[in-house]
Design a protein around this ligand. Structure first.
Ligand code: FAD
Length: 462
């Protein structure tokens, strides 16, 4: 089947089609998380939406299992499936900005860095994730949060329309006016409903931002978290700051004496204070909980903050992660963070609490498929290592940490922070009361569950 599929698809597609024998196949099946090593039967590197339609129809006609790859960043490797036809959208990385209308049209395989670069050229941005290599596709369809969330909301809150190739190979545009049920589902419901070949976003005025990093010694984690849980939600929406436990990266801007040390900290991004003087004022309170071991703040162009982690955590590392939403940081959860900060297993393993309040709270609970408008933080525990031999160690740390923290959570986690091995009940807890409505939309647009390599919503009645 694999060989025939390669030959037939080559005739149908403008983009490259790769089978296991072809040069480039092994490179094309590498995804961000090196823990995932699987072999699709054929990789269709689609050049445009016509290629995507042809590949979807081909999979339907032949009964081949279909997987869709955007940026390849999903933790569990949802886009990489043994024996499947992989629709690889990495040939569809393009961005067109309309500065007058303040909108961007973005190819379905684009990475955040593509969008940031093009929009920044016009002093504009879309709120999205914190790493430039993450796919716009998977991130947006799951909701999308990052440095601009408190100022401008989730990524889906800026989505105006999406062109979607459906399971029957037809194309529709989903927006507030066309297929509004599908448009609702796309804004948080993941890759369940079709292949998005382009996204249209509203852009926001963002030029330079104030980047800040504050680190405290591990023994201060209690005072710091108790201060942070009150300070940030009460702060102006133009200030964002995600809390982290980590080991300090061995390079600038950190002084050598703290390299590799366990610390807790906050990575700040201000769209209000963007010059040295106002940044000093904004960050004066960081000394309140305890004297920081390290603090720096400076104005940087927005793409600089978006690329600051790219070198530290490049493609090809081992990853295992788990997540949950939190509406408060309880004293009990602080005790859990203290314990797991003490036993971080590797130099890169970390835990982040991303704020999802501020502008993200302006939309109502039913407005999009994102089901946690009442959450204040989206937490992720990521075991990360350069060594394959650490796979079990980082997994155990992440799972133990998650199990200890889960009772302090809201019960469900961000769909983009779910592992591939967590099961259907976890997907239900991600969508809470929205699950049944998503299942109805799934029945309308993908009744046979052709798109099931995702955090799957089973079609209603299925
Ligand atoms: P892929 O693995 O290619 O795809 C993930 C899922 O989305 C698959 O089911 C795939 O089929 C589907 N999909 C992708 N593109 C399309 C498309 N165009 N049409 C239909 N389905 C599609 N998330 C945040 O919100 N904020 C962050 O700051 C953030 N930081 C991250 C940092 C790192 C280092 C990593 C690894 C992940 C981060 N994430 C973050 C999580 C990220 O949002 C998810 O991993 C997301 O799934 C990545 O999308 P992708 O397209 O790169 O992944």
């Amino acid at each position: 089947m694999g060989g025939t599929a390669v030959e037939t698809l080559r005739e149908l597609l403008r983009g490259e089609v790769l089978g296991p024998e072809d040069t480039g196949y092994d490179e094309s099946r590498k995804i961000y998380n090196a823990m995932i090593d699987r072999r699709p039967a054929v990789i269709a590197r689609c050049a445009d939406s016509t290629d995507v339609r042809a590949a979807v129809r081909f999979a339907r006609d032949t009964g081949m299992d279909l997987a869709v790859r955007g940026g390849g960043h999903s933790g569990g490797g949802l886009c990489l499936v043994d024996g499947s036809l992989m629709i690889d959208l990495s040939g569809m990385r393009w961005v067109r900005v309309d500065p007058a209308a303040r909108t961007a049209l973005v190819g379905g395989g684009s990475q955040l860095g593509d969008l940031d670069h093009e929009a920044h050229g016009h002093g504009l941005a879309v709120p999205a994730g914190v790493m430039s290599t993450t796919g716009v596709g998977g991130l947006t369809l799951g909701g999308g949060h990052g440095h601009l969330t408190r100022a401008y909301g989730l990524t889906v809150d800026s989505l105006l329309a999406a062109d979607v190739v459906l399971a029957d190979g037809s194309t529709v545009t989903a927006s507030a006016d066309e297929h509004p049920d599908l448009f609702w589902a796309l804004r948080g419901g993941g890759g369940n409903f079709g292949v998005v070949t382009s996204f249209r976003f509203a852009l926001h005025p963002v030029g330079d931002v104030g980047l800040g990093v504050t680190l405290w010694e591990p023994e201060h984690i209690g005072e710091v978290l108790r201060w942070y849980r009150d300070f940030l939600p009460a702060a102006a929406e133009d200030l964002n700051g995600f809390f982290a436990i980590l080991r300090v990266a061995p390079g600038p801007p950190f002084p050598e004496e703290i390299h590799g040390r366990r610390m807790c900290g906050v990575v700040w991004c201000s769209t209000g204070a963007t010059d040295e003087e106002s940044l000093a004022k904004t960050f004066a309170p960081v000394a309140e909980p305890a004297r920081p071991a390290f603090h720096f703040a400076m104005p940087v162009p927005y793409p600089a903050i978006q690329t600051m982690f790219d070198e530290l955590i490049p493609k090809g590392l081992q990853w295992y992660w788990r997540g949950d939403f939190f509406d408060r940081i309880t004293d009990g959860s602080i005790d859990v963070h203290r314990v797991f900060l003490e036993n971080i297993p590797t130099a890169l393993s970390t835990m982040h609490l991303y704020p999802v309040d501020g502008a993200a709270h302006r939309l109502g609970p039913m407005d999009t498929a994102w089901a946690y408008r009442d959450a204040v933080w989206s937490g992720v525990i990521a075991g990360i290592s350069t060594e394959a031999a650490d796979a079990e160690r980082i997994r155990t740390w992440a799972v133990d940490y998650w199990e200890a923290l889960h009772p302090h959570s809201m019960g469900g986690g961000y769909v983009n922070f779910l592992g591939a091995d967590e099961g259907g009940e976890r997907v239900r807890s991600t969508y809470r009361g929205h699950y049944d409505r998503l299942a109805e939309v799934k029945r309308t647009y993908d009744p046979d569950n052709v798109f099931h390599h995702n955090q799957n919503v089973v079609p209603a009645g299925g």
